[in-house]
Design a protein around this ligand. Sequence first.
Ligand code: AMP
Length: 421
Amino acid sequence: MAKPHFQALRGTRDVLSPESERQRELVAVFAEQCRRAGYGQIVSPIFEDLGVFLRVGESTEIVTKEMYEFEDRDGRRIALRPELTASVVRAFLQHNPTVPWKAWYEGPQFRHERPQAGRYRQFSQVGVEVLGTDDPHVDVEVIALGWRFYEALGLRDVTLLINTLGDGDSRQRYLGALAAHLEEHRGDLSDASRETLERNPMRVLDSKRPEDAPIVAGAPVMADFLSEADAEHFDVVRRGLERLGIGHEITPRLVRGLDYYTRTTFEYASAALDTAQNALGGGGRYDGLAESLGGKPTPGIGLALGVERTLLACDAESVFPAPSLAPDVFVIDLTGGDEGTDLSDDLRQAGLAADRAFDGRSLKAQMKLADRSGAAFAAIVGEDELAAGTVTVRDLRGDSGQTAVDRADIVSEIRKRSARS
Ligand code: AMP
């Protein structure tokens, strides 16, 4: 009996073709939005010093409970990145680029979560970060970039939720009022929320537990505590979005999974997905993060969008299908294989997509493969063609039948026919 083979670990997946090409195209659509808006790509390491993420927030579950951390062979504490903002800010401090620094990224993130539909332990994100300005128009630019990306994919059922978490004094006063409210109802909170309350009262607002719902619903809202400067900042953001025709819902209790956010926070939710997993992405300002990573105070804002989750929304809305992988031409060699090798290489070097069969199969078997490949044409070399120095081109989808062309003309012939079909 064959030995049992390994399976991909729980919460991880192999992405096979054509879904993998679809992911790549999604990243290309995002990259194009970034290019148009003047963002350059950053490719940072997948693992970092554990400290980079610990500084992000001792009360962030992503950091305290879900991080893949280990000691390497030199005894260094390492983490697989659970998100990219901290890495990008670390890179910013390391390289000191001119500001405003606008960077985009894509790649895998790792979180030890309970796997379910749309929630994995390795997943991919695309995102941007802007460091070095707290101009609210940047908030508008970043939020609009995400919005235009979803539009470019063809998604229509996306809702933008926005909130402001204030900063400095206003946030302190709000936290005081919120903590007092939660303390007052401490006895009725879930055990988990009582524990969260100790570390970060704001995160209790994120609780989905039914026993917490009435207490959360009655909690004070940030909007009533905003300083004039914070209120003005939020106003400019909202007016900017309105100018661009980007509808948004103000959700006063929207807090996000990471602790470093200040002022503007936002989330894109898909109405086409189950509510438990309907967040396609989100982001916000993190004006204190550079400082907590040991740098000089530098305002920043960014967004991160889930690739798999976004594709699930595309499935649900029947948009952005996987690209076709059909080659332009399928090469059929009935003379042993060498002709097929030469012909395929010529076609490929000319920029055409050419696939072929192996193993010296029969004409019938090779024709079947050609059909299955989705190619528009077959280029056939049998003994007769070989002797005559020709190739037979057969139309597999249209009704133009087949013709023999000179071996030397095959590339231009396929090109001509591909352009017509
Ligand atoms: P976050 O970095 O937590 O703000 O997440 C941003 C987006 O990444 C979410 O809205 C999801 O689309 C996606 N995401 C976060 N965690 C996961 C996960 N475990 N599996 C799949 N996608 C995720």
